[in-house]
Design a binder for this molecule. Structure first.
Ligand code: PA5
Length: 439
């Protein structure tokens, strides 16, 4: 099951310089593990793959089945860590055009995401898209007070209640939130909605393997047991604190060495469009975990070969403050052969008989060497294939890597104080009670 291997050959750092971090890494590792089960620390994700609530897990599966049976659409309401993980896994493991496929081909409900912006066109278009079809709602908010999902929930709850009546609507609303706190929890208790708990010691962006991610993922027909197994494998693999053998910690250390060498932008690259939201999830995980106190590597993403025709120029020849981490999926699920053409007017017969994934891989190899030659170090994460186990592994890999990396950079990877600033200003402008300008 060792389905992920990281290659650091295209980064110009010596083993000696990496190993200088060994002691610090071990110290951080010990601290993280010591506090992994402390309810006051945000480290519950560390042992989650082996230590999750089995009863809740079965309840997730049961609810997912119910939603599959009575709904053609699941509306997932949430923002940031409360939706990106689910969307990342669903888009990675379903048909590229899952959302557009007819019901008979899709087999499981269409998943639509709202509450992740405040745009009226977006919400109205989703309402149009749902049309007269049967739907259920999964509203996800750890704090239970976030404005974007709260507004979306108010809108879609009303639509659901008008369509089905209060009683049936209650049965179609699934709430994932804190076990005690927040307006959403109060509402859920009053209305007797089915609820799922986000453990106190797991922050939003580390919560994909809780009900936050697992319920929508299960509704989309993905095997959540296998996903957890993949993460469990990673948990067991990266428990080795020796930097020499721990690729996850090596990734964290090498990022740090690059950062110290003025490489302050990391681009997560993929050649698989299905990983678009995986990149979005990673961006949020790394940006909110590391970007504080005037520090941190700026995480961004690129999808190749598409973006080689847009930002590729900058990467090749622009400011030399970049490095890339490439996710390489070794075995494509499907492939297509490029056929011989008698006229060869397009000049492509030189690759006739080759499969498209082979060409994609050559584009990747050519790009890596071009970028490395151009002064952009490349880390390559080789995944054997894209499935529940490899993705579970990758999720855990990145969560642990950012926990280590944030500590090495000298920030707290588990808070996000900066996110509050825009909210305070917005609340003042909206005249939310308690936010009146004191000037
Ligand atoms: O990672 C985080 O903590 C944040 O991105 C949150 O997930 C996001 O702000 C949504 O918060 P909540 O789940 O409280 O609505």
């Amino acid at each position: 099951m060792d389905n992920i291997k990281v290659n650091f050959d295209n980064v110009d750092v010596t083993e000696k310089n990496i190993m200088k971090y060994a002691e610090e890494v071990e110290k951080i590792h010990d601290e993280l593990h010591k506090k992994a089960n402390d309810p006051k620390e945000f480290l519950g994700w560390m042992e989650l793959p082996t230590n999750y609530d089995k009863k809740e897990f079965e309840k997730i599966k049961k609810s997912a089945k119910k939603i599959q049976d009575n709904s053609d659409v699941l509306v997932v309401i949430g923002i940031g860590g409360s939706y990106l993980g689910a969307r990342a896994v669903i888009e990675a493991l379903t048909h590229t055009f899952y959302a557009y496929l007819p019901k008979e081909q899709r087999k499981t409900p269409q998943i639509l995401y709202v509450g992740n912006n405040l745009n009226p066109n977006y919400i109205n278009d989703i309402i149009d898209l749902i049309g007269n079809r049967d739907f259920s709602i999964n509203v996800i908010s750890k704090s239970g007070t976030t404005t974007e999902p709260a507004i979306a929930f108010r809108i879609f709850r009303e639509i659901l209640e008008n369509k089905y009546g209060l009683k049936e609507a209650q049965k179609r609303i699934y709430v994932t939130t804190d076990k005690k706190k927040g307006a959403l929890k109060q509402l859920a208790d009053t209305e007797k909605y089915t609820t799922f708990v986000i453990p106190d010691n797991i922050g939003g962006r580390y919560s994909v393997l809780t009900a936050v991610g697992l319920l929508p993922i299960a509704v989309a027909g993905i095997d959540i047991t296998k996903l957890m197994n993949g993460a469990r494998f990673a948990q067991e693999k990266y428990v080795d604190k020796s930097l020499k053998y721990n690729d996850c910690y090596k990734y964290a250390v090498i990022r740090n060495l690059l950062y110290k060498n003025s490489k302050n932008i990391e681009i997560l690259v993929s050649y698989e469009p299905k990983l678009h939201y995986m990149i979005e999830w990673w961006k949020q995980l790394f940006a909110e975990s590391e970007g504080k106190d005037g520090k941190g590597i700026f995480p961004t993403g690129a999808e190749f070969t598409t973006d080689l025709h847009s930002i590729g120029q900058y990467i090749q020849e622009g400011r030399r403050n970049l490095f890339e981490t490439v996710i390489n999926i070794e075995k494509s699920k499907n492939d297509i052969e490029i056929k011989e053409d008698a006229d060869n007017l397009d000049g492509l017969n030189y690759i006739a008989g080759k499969k498209l994934d082979y060409v994609n891989k050559k584009a990747m190899e050519g790009t890596i060497s071009a970028h490395v030659d151009g002064g952009v170090p490349n880390i390559v994460i080789n995944m054997s294939e894209l499935n529940e186990e490899t993705l579970g592994h990758l999720i855990y890999f990145f969560e642990l890597a950012v926990a280590m990396s944030g500590n090495l950079i000298g920030v707290n990877p588990f808070n996000q104080p900066g996110v509050e600033k825009y909210k305070t200003n917005m609340f003042k402008l909206l005249k939310k009670p308690g936010y009146e300008d004191k000037k």
